[in-house]
Design a protein around this ligand. Structure first.
Ligand code: SF4
Length: 198
């Protein structure tokens, strides 16, 4: 019998599969799955993995990336963090740690392999799916090209989905190099978000 979303949330919260993997990183942090979804969500944000600040706060996008993402979506904090409206399902539910350069490590593939099929089956249909960053583009959209080309092809995914770059400060230069993103994609994104939340 298929598990329900609340049942899966309980199981996911208790997941410690990456304990040894995270203990071997510079931060030596324990797993802390950031579980953020509820039945009836209208928008799915399929993202990469929580950062250190989201790990500490226990809620996703509780950082400057999240502030930029909420500006892109043009929704307030209460709406964004209302799990019955916006479900956030990243490629990994825990902060993966940092690499030697201080960048976030890749999301552990075991997370997707263990959880995604069950979670997406239980979540069911949503009105709008937003795929954020290269890991999500490759997995969910089957993209074989880079983030810029994937996002440039945004119109092909309408009306139910849109690929987005990661809203990290690291992509500020990307946003300057690609003004079409703010000029053309963001107005459509905001309209679709408004419609999905109606
Ligand atoms: S990243 Fe995923 S698989 Fe690994 S401990 Fe966290 S929830 Fe479990």
């Amino acid at each position: 019998m298929q598990e329900t979303l609340p049942e899966l949330a309980q199981h996911l919260k208790a997941c410690r599969l990456c304990r040894e993997r995270f203990a071997a990183t510079a931060t030596r942090h324990p797993p802390r799955p950031v579980v953020w979804f509820a039945p009836g969500a209208r928008i799915l944000i399929a993202s990469q993995a929580p950062g250190m600040r989201a790990h500490n706060a226990g809620r996703p996008f509780d950082d400057p990336s999240g502030k930029r993402l909420r500006q892109w979506l043009q929704i307030d904090d209460d709406t964004f963090w209302d799990r019955s409206k916006v479900a956030i399902m990243p490629m990994a539910f825990c902060f993966p740690g940092y690499d030697a350069k201080g960048s976030d490590l890749p999301p552990p593939p075991i997370c997707r392999a263990t959880w995604h099929e069950r979670l997406f089956a239980a979540l069911g249909e949503v009105r709008l799916r937003l795929y954020i960053g290269g890991y999500a583009h490759r997995y969910h959209l089957g993209s074989k090209v880079g983030v810029t080309e994937t996002v440039r092809g945004w119109r092909a995914h309408l009306p139910d989905a849109l690929p987005l770059p990661h809203p990290s400060w690291r992509n500020t230069a990307w946003l300057k190099r690609n003004p079409w993103f703010e000029d053309e994609l963001l107005p459509v994104l905001r309209t679709r978000v408004r419609e999905a939340l109606e």
